[in-house]
Design a binder for this molecule. Structure first.
Ligand SMILES: O=P(O)(O)OC[C@H]1O[C@H](OP(=O)(O)OP(=O)(O)O)[C@H](O)[C@@H]1O
Ligand code: HPA
Ligand SMILES: [Mg+2]
Length: 157
């Protein structure tokens, strides 16, 4: 299924870091003892949360569903070895249709599922997130972008 969107939401590294630290603040009193990163997008916020919350038990589950913005069926490429528990944080960068979160929730029903960004369709599947993004918007993450020259407005046709 094509998820091409009308609008784009560009996220800088700084903005991503700031939002993830805000998430860490909100999780500080939760007593979480382990992190499960949903690779690949969840690896970046998982590393930041692990540092901020002083959690050293970090695992990953490797899934694939999108090829750029074409959504296919979700495949689990590598299972996690960490145990499901109320003290486990499952971390992804974002929830869009909720298909990834649905699978993760069925595999880790006790865990606390967090993301940085959430679109309306996927929002009911996450326990906590930081920023709402409209469904028709594509989130451009910092690791998918590079600095580039921008033509002055006066020179644009
Ligand atoms: O709510 P959904 O519609 O399932 O979309 C959200 C998922 O899509 C992206 O991952 P993707 O499968 O593109 O792989 P990546 O993390 O390796 O980039 C994102 O990192 C989430 O994991
Ligand atoms: O909006 C998005 N941006 C980046 N990756 C994604 N995977 C699903 N939706 C998105
Ligand atoms: Mg992902």
């Amino acid at each position: 299924m094509s998820l091409s969107k009308n609008k784009q939401f560009y996220v800088s590294w700084e903005a991503f870091h700031r939002a993830t630290k805000e998430l860490a603040h909100q999780l500080l009193e939760g007593g979480y003892t382990g992190i499960l990163a949903v690779s690949r997008g969840g690896l970046v916020p998982a590393a930041i949360l692990a540092r901020e919350l002083n959690i050293r038990l970090v695992d990953s589950i490797c899934v694939a569903s999108y090829e750029y913005n074409q959504q296919g069926s979700l495949q689990v490429l590598k299972q996690a070895s960490i145990e499901d528990s109320e003290k486990l944080l499952v971390v992804d960068d974002l929830v869009d249709t909720g298909e990834t979160a649905k699978v993760l929730r069925s595999l880790f029903p006790k865990a606390y599922f967090v993301t940085i960004y959430a679109k309306p369709q996927g929002k009911p599947l996450v326990d906590k997130y930081i920023t709402d993004i409209e469904q028709d918007t594509w989130i451009q993450l910092p690791w998918d972008m590079e600095l580039a020259y921008s033509q002055p407005l006066a020179e644009k046709g």
